[in-house]
Design a protein around this ligand. Structure first.
Ligand code: FE2
Length: 468
């Protein structure tokens, strides 16, 4: 009896430490040769689906390119691997960025928590291979945060760099998901692609098999905005195109259990649109316990955003007031390819220090988490008072997880090569949000001045893009 109990305790300890993980994901690590073979067999097509988060935890969305003559925007879902009694979900077709294809978008609804689903999308010829997707708890859950995926372009005829980039991306996902099989979805602060203008970047991004089972929420980064492909390869919920946005620009929000996510497009300086978007999203989700912002540029970030005029002067003044007016708990940023985390910030100052390893009960101020890049890591060792943690080891990527557990948000950052824990804090929250008004926030100058500056900046930026 004693031996059995010892074995049981050992097993529980092993599972809890993550040394053994029975993954819910098909996330195999591949050798470079195996990956290159897979890449070569897939890159000539433009047909892999993006699995995106839905408007809430009961939904996921798919988006894929299909031959315009044959396309069928349908997905079928069953709780049985034989696909018996499958529910069929119809979607819409919209023009693609090329004349031979259309974009199919389908939203799957009525998902239940802790359930296993099997699904297929229609390729235009037939139903696809069957894929498995598992929901976890809708209340307590864990989220993966990864910074700039930034799949590189094909240089002329040479696809070596792009394949290498996909190889790192696949094996990085394998590392993260094998050690964290309890992840429900992935969020990223943008720069998903390098040029935003070729289908091969998205096809490569979507090659890892794990992404058939891992819904993603993808922000727009400045590299994505070099082209328009984001528009054709994503199906994000509650998109808000604003009154003054143009081209690719949009914000979006979604809800997952007790968490409201607000994704801002920081490549647009349109402060009035961003403020209005935040108000609408927050008003529609007054009961959300947590509010998480996601934005590309490294506001209170690590690395070379420190001292960068665009980020430090313009974007910080446009976005930080919005985050503070709506009392966000955490903001995820990227862009600088440098992993770091701030203290609790408010009005440009440290409101409360946040050393690693500690728990903070009902803290005041906002923590900013600056994420790394998946491939081609380069880190800058910039000192800044606002940083509570920074990782400056070159050639090693990192990832973070957000775990929502009762009243707690557990934020952890780990190495991307072996998942060693680098940084962690716990935010415990038992109070309601404390929304402020814009007029309260700015006693003298008023946010109107910033709105005007942001608007002018965006108009100039649009002109530069048009003529460059
Ligand atoms: Fe960027």
């Amino acid at each position: 009896m004693k031996k059995s109990i010892c074995v049981l305790i050992c097993l529980i300890m092993i599972f809890n430490t993550g040394l053994i993980a029975f993954s819910d994901f098909e996330a195999e690590k591949l050798t470079r040769e195996e990956w290159d073979q897979l890449y070569s067999s897939l890159v000539k097509y433009n047909n892999l689906p993006t699995l995106n988060v839905g408007a809430d935890e009961t939904q996921v969305s798919l988006c894929w390119h299909s031959d315009s003559e044959k396309a069928v925007a349908k997905v079928r879902v069953s709780d049985s691997e034989s696909m018996t009694d499958a529910d069929v979900f119809d979607g819409i077709m919209t023009p693609a960025e090329n004349p031979g294809q259309v974009v199919c978008r389908v939203t799957v609804t009525d998902l239940e928590e802790n359930s296993v689903y099997f699904y297929q999308w229609h390729t235009g010829e037939d139903w696809s291979k069957i894929y498995k997707f598992e929901t976890k708890s809708f209340s307590d859950h864990k989220v993966m945060v990864v910074g700039d995926i930034q799949i590189t372009e094909i240089y002329g005829e040479d696809s070596t760099e792009q394949s290498k980039c996909g190889y790192y991306w696949n094996n990085f996902l394998s590392e993260v998901l094998s050690k964290n099989p309890d992840i429900s979805y992935l969020i990223t602060p943008g720069d998903n692609t390098s040029t935003g203008s070729t289908d091969a970047e998205w096809q490569t991004l979507l090659m890892p098999e794990a992404l058939r089972s891992l819904p993603m929420a993808l922000a727009i980064g400045n590299h994505d905005k070099k082209g328009m492909t984001y528009n054709y390869y994503t199906n994000m919920p509650n998109e808000d195109y604003g009154r003054f946005f143009s081209g690719l620009d949009r914000d979006f929000w979604f809800r997952y259990g007790d968490v409201l996510y607000l994704f801002f497009d920081s490549t647009s300086g349109n402060a009035p649109d961003h403020m209005r978007f935040a108000r609408k999203a927050v008003e529609a989700n007054q009961d959300a316990k947590w509010r998480i912002g996601v934005v590309h540029h490294g506001i209170y970030g690590a690395g070379d955003s420190i001292g960068d005029l665009e980020t430090e002067i313009l974007l910080k003044n446009i976005f930080a007031p919005i985050f503070e007016v709506y009392d966000l708990d955490l903001v995820v940023t990227g862009h600088t390819h440098s992993q770091g985390r701030s203290h609790f910030m408010e009005s440009g100052k440290i409101k409360q220090t946040a050393p690693t390893g500690e728990t903070f009960v009902n803290p005041e101020g906002i923590v900013y988490l600056n994420s790394n890049v998946v491939h081609g890591v380069y880190s800058f060792d910039f000192d800044a008072e606002h940083l509570a943690y920074k990782f400056i080891e070159n050639d090693v990527t990192t990832y973070s997880t957000l775990e929502f557990k009762g009243d707690k948000l557990i934020l952890e950052t780990r190495r991307g090569d072996n998942s060693e824990l680098l940084d962690s804090i716990v935010i415990e929250k038992t109070q309601e949000h404390n929304d402020k008004t814009v007029s309260k926030f700015f006693k003298k100058l008023g946010y109107k001045v910033i709105e005007l500056l942001g608007f002018a900046y965006t108009m100039v930026d649009n002109l530069v893009r048009k003529f460059s």
